[in-house]
Design a protein around this ligand. Sequence first.
Ligand code: NAP
Length: 321
Amino acid sequence: MTATIIDGKALAARVRAEVARGVQALVEQAGRAPGLATVLVGEDPGSAVYVSGKQRACGAVGMESFDHRLPADTPFDEVTGLLARLNADPAVSGVLLQLPVPDHLDGTVLTGTIDPGKDVDGLTPVNAGLLSLGRPGLRPCTPSGVMALLASVDATVEGSEAVVVGRSNLFGKPMAQLLLEANATVTVCHSRTRDLREVCARADILIAAVGRPRLIEREFVKPGAIVIDVGMNRLDPQRAGRSKLDTPFGAHGGSSDRPASGLVGDVDFEAVSEVASAITPVPGGVGPMTIAMLLRNTLQAARTQAGLDSPCGGQARKETG
Ligand code: NAP
């Protein structure tokens, strides 16, 4: 079997075009374009690239963007003060704190101060709770992007065995909850899982988000399974081809701006392509969808704030491939 390659770049372009039309409609209806505020604390070059990518993506769909960059030693109170001002600013529809933050700050606590209605990353306790309860809310971008990728290949999620490798708050847990909401039978694996290979081999849908290059080998994959590779691992240029890898991708990784060379996923793409029915490449699979879903969330938040939608309605749209 040779797997269908799931084209995340093409799907992300369709989502962005749909968002651009939505922005135009909102301007006509409400007289104002959505605005996304990004907050970057520190000078991490990878994070700076991601934030710039998000700003450019906003411009391309007609959204406003507000770029806030703070020095690495900014005290906690100053960051929360800025977040509070952005929460109160009517020109700001969505607020995104780029993670990770410097060590003296607590990213989870800071994220928790973002207004849940502007939490376009879907990471505040309120939105995490709404997801857990199966209630409408702003959903985390990368897991939403994965659901859209699955829909784009008409994957049968309902009743399927879905295995998620990785249990982070950012991705693994919300991914499992979205799959559960779509009536999959979900297993979540992590570093203490016994016999990972055996568990993965049961999956109709296998999703890897670990941060370990090529962890998922051919033997981990049931013939005909759909495999989604979330991992983004950058080969250390000095050691390309060896096992030492550098993974500079922060919590909001997934920019299609990254050069293709030296980037590998968590799945052994070539070998797994021979047994899977469909697979996402790295790069060009999940990554481009993350920013596309961020734009969609920002539009959704703006529509809700303009009184055009009920809170976070329309989140469960099926993606047309
Ligand atoms: P994370 O917070 O480091 O979580 C990694 C997870 O993998 C943890 O749950 C860990 O288990 C588990 N794990 C580690 N080693 C394992 C092993 N040998 N077997 C099974 N499970 C293992 O990472 P993350 O933020 O979820 O990100 C994961 C990967 O996805 C990274 O490569 C990241 O760059 C990428 N990512 C990409 C995007 C995108 O837009 N494309 C977005 C987000 C993340 P424990 O909980 O037991 O430690």
